[in-house]
Design a protein around this ligand. Structure first.
Ligand SMILES: Nc1nc2c(c(=O)[nH]1)N[C@H]1C(S)=C(S)[C@@H](COP(=O)(O)O)O[C@H]1N2
Ligand SMILES: [Mo]
Length: 370
């Protein structure tokens, strides 16, 4: 029998493009949906050394879970001598540390690429710095007793969804030597208060120096593994790929970057800046997951000048920079460019990659001085 519906000969709606496909032209409805859920940090918040939670960027792949802390448990298992289950009261009795950490999404800058990979369409401000308080991961792994043969630690969150057609819980792994670093923290506080729901309540991992994807929110399980983890967010997503068929290399540490507080006042719609002629202090922050930021230069209409650097607040927290400028009437293009201790510096033009990862192109700000 022929079950074909005669209506199927009508033109079919175009298939909804899926995550990762390259696109040109106006943003799609799906990108707008993601952009309205996941917000970046307004650039004026760069004035603050510590970003208040409501201004810190947020990225959540699926839904924010509603966690009941009275029934919530953290499970630690796999290649350990003593598997454990811990509630929040027990975790809070363990020794705690507080680390200032700049987190940045690996997809920051994606919407500026041409063509751009379909995903969260960040511009340039998917960043923030918070003080994260909690138990050092190394302390708990020490108590559990990591067995010989362990190569990675897998962290799984409570949030589930489908990405690239694959049903999954959000999960990522760290090589064992990174997991045993003394500054990797299982955080239950952000800036001195309980984690807000969107930042991982009641417990999240924070991996200083790594792009944000490593810092698993709504943490439920820690599994010490004797083979490399092959989950979607490890093996498919978060890779530097030249094309769809390229296996690529994994994304890990944050590339050196700096941003500037746009001076003066904005036009509401275009965000173009306007300021009065005369002295103005240009300022911003710079960070790198590879180690200390050693220099920031400020570009004024293409001429680069060294900025003053304040003392760093911590190994993986951003560092304030400033440069006084006497603005003269006319149109100007301002820019900033940081260099880190490895000698890496920000590119003037971004190299394209298939997922739009690790963008650290120099920021440019157009200003009209009147
Ligand atoms: N469980 C879980 N953890 C997660 C994510 C997620 O979707 N689910 N997103 C990751 C990504 S891609 C980033 S950039 C950071 C963002 O952390 P924030 O929202 O606290 O800024 O969380 C990471 N941890
Ligand atoms: Mo991210």
């Amino acid at each position: 029998m022929n079950h074909r519906n005669p209506q199927s000969t009508r033109p079919q709606p175009a298939p909804v493009p899926d995550v990762g496909q390259p696109a040109s032209g106006p943003l799609t409805r799906e990108e707008l949906q993601l952009a309205a859920r996941n917000h970046s940090m307004p650039l004026e918040a760069l004035r603050r050394e510590v970003t208040p939670p409501g201004l810190h960027y947020v990225l959540t792949h699926f839904d924010i879970p509603d966690q009941d802390v009275s029934s919530w448990r953290l499970r630690i298992g796999g290649a350990v001598g003593r598997a454990m289950e811990l509630g929040m009261a027990a975790l809070r009795r363990d020794p705690a540390i507080t680390v200032p950490v700049t987190l940045e999404c690996a997809g920051n800058g994606r919407s500026l690429l041409e063509p751009r990979p379909l995903s969260q369409p960040w511009v340039m401000e998917a960043v923030g710095t918070a003080h994260w308080t909690g138990v050092p991961l190394a302390y708990l792994l020490g108590r559990a007793g990591v067995l010989p043969g362990a190569v990675e630690v897998v962290f799984t969150g409570a949030d589930a969804g489908i990405q690239g057609g694959v049903p999954q819980r959000y999960a990522r792994s760290l090589p064992i030597r990174e997991a045993l670093r003394p500054d990797v923290v299982l955080a239950y506080k952000m800036n001195g208060a309980d984690l807000p729901p969107q930042h991982g309540y009641p417990l999240r991992l924070v991996v200083p120096g790594w792009y944000g994807m490593a810092s698993v929110k709504w943490l439920e399980s820690i599994h010490v593994a004797t083979a490399p983890f092959t989950g979607y967010q490890q093996q498919v997503a978060y890779r530097y790929q030249s094309s769809a068929d390229d296996d690529g290399t994994p994304v890990s540490r944050i590339r050196v970057r700096s941003l500037m507080v746009p001076p003066g006042i904005p036009d509401f719609f275009t965000r173009r800046r306007f300021l009065r002629a005369g002295p103005v202090m240009l300022e911003g922050r710079a960070w790198s997951g590879e180690g200390a930021v050693t220099a920031v230069e400020v570009g004024i209409d293409g001429t680069w000048l060294p900025a003053h650097l304040d003392k760093p607040a911590g190994g993986f927290a951003w560092r304030r920079w400033s440069l006084p400028w006497v603005a003269d009437r006319g149109e100007h293009v301002l820019a900033c460019r940081a260099t880190d201790i490895t000698g890496a510096t920000q590119p003037l033009e971004q190299n394209w990659n298939f997922q739009g990862m690790g963008n650290n192109v120099v920021q440019r700000v157009n200003v009209t001085v009147e």
